[in-house]
Structure formats: structure tokens, C-alpha cells
Design a protein around this ligand. Structure first.
Ligand code: AMP
Length: 508
């Protein structure tokens, strides 16, 4: 199917051609005709599938067809989206695709001055792209009149709910006229999203593109088992691979994102962090530097990364595994935008292996291939910045409450406070490779800890069906095993990824 077959008018086709799009993506092929026909739509698609154009193009056409007479333009389309990045990006898409049309749009979101936004609302516009909080602020100031709205788009509904915007969203919905076209987009459909869709949509067409779990298929994935404190030095090591030209690193926390970026900068790798605590200006600076190749690495939290539109990310690094398995798929999807293939690397420490890895692998329906590497490639711990301090992001053990096998809980100080690396840590050229020895007290799950093999470091477990990944860059190929799969003699009482004895306090 070509764009010409979707029913879009010539001015839109021209704008799309100028973007270099050859043909509509699957979501565009499916959604555009329905939206042009005025139908409500439930779109199950994540970013990277071309969903913005899937709604923006036919919306622009419909709004052109129903252009009102002279006078201040009423808001006829509202796109509600969870993050400012996403909002700006959607605004840019409307500007790009609508460049040959006589429609006006504006983007409003919090965290920036409000005056320009007020002015644009007073001047009148056809299309408003907004995040919920700022929209409500301005509505309370009587600057937003949605009574003549024709099309409402709720974008990234699942994310909106995740971020706690449900009340704001409901308030916005209460401002909408009942007679309207509604387009509802969500990557996943948890029960709350389904409820919201049921309320909002009338007799909708449903279009779904690649379910989230299978998006992962075209992306080459690999996994490094690594001590939490070795993650940053390992990242530096991994980044020696010059094929990693434009790398998006995901950090679970804002603080962690800053620390990773600082560490990389110290290692002379151009990097910047992007997250909600950064000013809009700082984020935009970091983004454009990343897009233009000024820096190689952008370290982001999930929420900040969600709306970033960067087409040619060569690699995604999951520096921390996400707690929600779908997030893993969203993250790695950032390296396979609009049909490209991509490469994704995940770092996984003991605790993550125990609690987070298995659900991810269940979702993507395959094990992530493990890269075999040796800890000897890392500088000794003493030289690793921050090695003597307790990692504030370390969610692992030692806070009590870890019952069952005890695991690392009986190691005061734990991996986070292991100066110089004891028991297998940071032994340059030493025998034991990779991961052994990090749980000398033979405790609970995750890594087995007390690998019986001496000089060789670890035995390659023959019963481990996990595929090996191609070792990247300079990483030496020492056997790296899945230590979690089964208990070993004297090892953890219950292996596997399960939460044996659990009690991990979830810090969010
Ligand atoms: P989205 O899912 O809307 O975030 O879009 C992901 C990326 O795909 C954006 O950078 C778009 O510019 C790009 N894109 C959208 N539609 C097409 C298309 N038909 N062909 C190629 N790239 C596209």
C-alpha cells in the first residue's frame, strides 16, 4: 500500500514525500482510512511504529475539510499526551505534515513559562497538543475553550495512567463536547486503560500493530551479568566498540542517570543525562547535541525518554533492568524505529536476575543471549569512581527484610561496599571470570555465588539452554553462566529467578 492509496490529499502526500517516507507503516495503513472516515479508533501501538503520523495526517485532512469561517479560530482538535517531550514532538509532526495547509497548532506543557502559551491560546488555533497539568491550569484561567472540539486524541494512555494522570485526564474529558471523534492510543491495555477506552470510544475500530512482545524479535539483544558497582566501568568498556555511535542508556533513577553521564564524561565519552529534574533548556540542549553527534551517549530515565524522537539510535543499553517488563520492550524498541533493526544490551546484577529478568524473558518469549566476559577487563575497583561508597541506587539486600535463604543479606556492606573487590571481584587477569564469588556466603537465589571451579572461574553449565551472545568489542570470552537457574551444592536454597524469600523493598 502506498500513501496515495490511503485517501490523503495531495498537500499531505507532498509533505510526507518530503520526509522521505516511502510507504505507510502498518499502523498508518490501518488507521488512516478509519480516521478519515470519522470513526473512533482504538490504536494499540507504541512509539516508533509511526503512530503520530497515523493520527496526525488524517486529522489534518479532516480539519481542513471542516474549516470554520472567519473570526478567532476555535480549538477543534486536542491531543493529550503524558510528557512534554512527546508533546513537543507531536507538535513538530503537525508542523511538518501540515506545512502546506492553513491550520494553526500550538503545544502547551508545564515546566516552561506560561505567557507564550497564553498568547497562542488567545490568538486562536485549530490544534492543541497538551500535557494534562498545564492544560488544566490554563483551562482554569478560562483560556481553553473546548466546546467546538471535533477530534480528541488520548495518546499513550497506558503511560498516562502509569504516571498518575488519571484524575487530570478525567477532568479534561469532562470539558469535551459529547459529539466528537476520539482516537485512543496505548501500547498496552491494562484494565484501567480498557475502562477509560470503554468510556471514551463509541463503536471504535481497533487497529493493533506488532504486539509489544514481538517487537523485540527484530532486535539483537544481549545480556551481561555484572555486579552493580561494575556496571559503569563495564559500560565504558562496552562503549569501546566504535560501532556504538548513538547510544541511549536507560537508568531507573534520575540520580543514577546523572552519575552514569558524569562517569562517562570522566572517561572521555561524550554523554549527557536527560530526566524530569532537568530544565527544558538543558534537555533540549542534550537532545540536539545527541542528534547532531556532539555526544555519543544519552542517559535517560524511562519517562524522559518516552517522547524522544531519535531515529538512528544504534544501541540501547538497559543499564538497569526495568521493573515493568513491557518497559524493556519499549526501551529496546528505541533502537528499531520505523522498521530498522537494532541492538540492545542489558546489564543485570544479582538482584535484577532474581526478580526482574525472568518476567522480561517471559514477555519476549525467549531468553536473552548472555555475553561471556571476564571481570579482568575492568580496572581494579580502587580506580573505579565511587567504588568505596555505597551505591545509593543499590536496591540490593542489607536493608533487612530479605528472608528465606538470606542471600546477600548476611553480608554487611554487601557488594556495594566491597573495596577493591573481594572474592572474585576485580581481579585483573585472575582466575575466576565474571561473576563468581559475589555471594560468598552462599545465600539466596540469583547468582549461585560459590562456583566450584577453581582457576577457571566458573563452569559453563551444560544444562543452561540460554544462548550466548556474540561478545562485543574487547570483551574477553570467559564462560559466563546463568547462575540462577538451579541450586548448587552449598549454594542458594532456591535458585532460579524467583523471589526466594523476597522481601525486597521496592523503592520508586
Ligand atoms: P512515532 O511512532 O510516531 O514516534 O514515529 C516513529 C518515527 O518513524 C518518527 O521518527 C517518524 O518520523 C518515522 N516515520 C513515521 N512514519 C513513517 C513512514 N511511513 N516511513 C518512514 N518513517 C516514518
Amino acid at each position: 500500500m502506498l500513501f496515495e492509496d490511503t485517501g490523503l490529499e495531495p498537500r499531505l502526500l507532498r509533505a510526507v514525500a518530503e520526509q522521505g517516507y516511502d510507504k505507510p507503516t502498518p499502523i498508518q495503513q490501518k488507521a488512516i482510512p478509519h480516521v478519515l472516515a470519522g470513526r473512533d479508533l482504538l490504536g494499540l501501538a507504541q512509539t516508533g511504529t509511526g503512530k503520530t503520523a497515523a493520527f496526525a495526517l488524517p486529522m489534518l485532512q479532516r480539519l481542513t475539510e471542516s474549516q470554520p469561517g472567519p473570526g478567532v479560530r476555535p480549538i477543534r482538535a486536542l491531543i493529550l499526551t503524558p510528557t512534554r517531550e512527546l508533546a513537543s514532538q507531536i507538535g513538530e509532526s503537525f508542523a511538518t505534515y501540515g506545512k502546506y495547509l492553513n491550520l494553526r497548532h500550538s503545544v502547551i506543557f508545564g515546566g516552561v513559562g506560561v505567557e507564550a502559551q497564553r498568547q497562542s491560546l488567545r490568538a486562536g488555533l485549530d490544534i492543541l497538543v497538551a500535557t494534562p497539568g498545564r492544560l488544566l491550569d490554563l483551562a482554569n484561567q478560562r483560556l481553553v475553550d473546548l466546546r467546538r472540539l471535533e477530534i480528541f486524541v488520548l495518546d499513550e494512555a497506558d503511560r498516562m495512567l502509569d504516571m498518575g494522570f488519571i484524575h487530570d485526564v478525567k477532568k479534561v474529558i469532562a470539558m469535551l463536547p459529547p459529539k466528537r471523534q476520539t482516537l485512543f492510543f496505548s501500547a498496552t491495555m491494562p484494565p484501567e486503560a480498557k475502562q477509560l477506552a470503554d468510556v471514551l470510544l463509541h463503536n471504535p475500530e481497533t487497529v493493533a500493530v506488532t504486539p509489544v512482545s514481538s517487537t523485540a524479535e527484530k532486535i539483537e539483544q544481549s545480556l551481561y551479568f555484572v555486579d552493580k558497582l561494575d556496571k559503569r566501568p563495564l559500560l565504558v568498556e562496552v562503549l569501546k566498540d566504535q560501532a556504538m555511535k548513538r547510544v541511549l542508556v536507560f537508568s531507573r533513577t534520575k540520580h543514577g542517570a546523572n552519575r552514569i553521564a558524569e562517569y562517562l564524561e570522566k572517561a572521555r565519552i561524550g554523554a549527557a543525562a536527560i530526566h524530569g529534574n532537568k530544565s527544558q533548556n538543558a534537555r533540549e540542549r542534550a537532545l540536539s547535541s545527541f542528534k547532531e553527534g556532539g555526544i555519543r551517549v544519552l542517559v535517560a530515565t524511562d519517562i524522559a525518554a518516552r517522547g524522544i524522537d531519535i531515529d538512528d539510535v544504534t544501541h540501547v543499553v538497559n543499564f538497569d533492568l526495568p521493573e515493568v517488563p513491557e518497559t524493556y520492550v519499549h526501551r529496546i524498541g528505541r533502537t528499531a524505529r520505523a522498521g530498522r533493526t537494532g541492538l540492545a544490551i542489558a546489564f543485570c546484577d544479582q538482584e535484577e536476575a532474581r526478580e526482574l529478568l525472568r518476567p522480561i524473558e517471559r514477555l519476549i518469549r525467549k531468553p536473552i543471549p548472555v555475553v561471556e566476559w571476564s571481570k579482568s577487563i575492568l580496572p581494579p575497583r580502587e580506580q573505579n569512581a565511587g567504588s568505596h561508597e555505597r551505591d545509593p541506587d543499590d536496591r540490593s539486600g542489607f536493608r533487612g527484610g530479605r528472608g528465606g535463604g538470606g542471600g546477600r543479606s548476611n553480608r554487611p556492606g554487601g557488594s556495594g561496599a566491597r573495596p577493591g573487590g573481594s572474592a572474585g571481584g576485580g581481579r585483573p587477569g585472575g582466575g575466576g571470570g565474571g561473576y563468581r564469588g559475589n555471594a560468598p556466603s552462599g545465600g539466596g537465589g540469583g547468582y549461585r555465588g560459590n562456583a566450584p571451579s577453581g582457576g577457571g572461574g566458573r563452569d559453563q553449565r551444560s544444562n543452561d539452554a540460554r544462548p550466548a551472545a556474540t561478545p562485543s568489542s574487547a570483551l574477553a570470552a570467559l564462560p559466563m553462566e546463568r547462575l540462577a537457574k538451579q541450586p548448587s551444592a552449598g549454594g542458594p536454597p532456591s535458585g532460579g529467578y524467583g523471589n526466594n524469600g523476597g522481601g525486597r523493598s521496592r523503592r520508586r
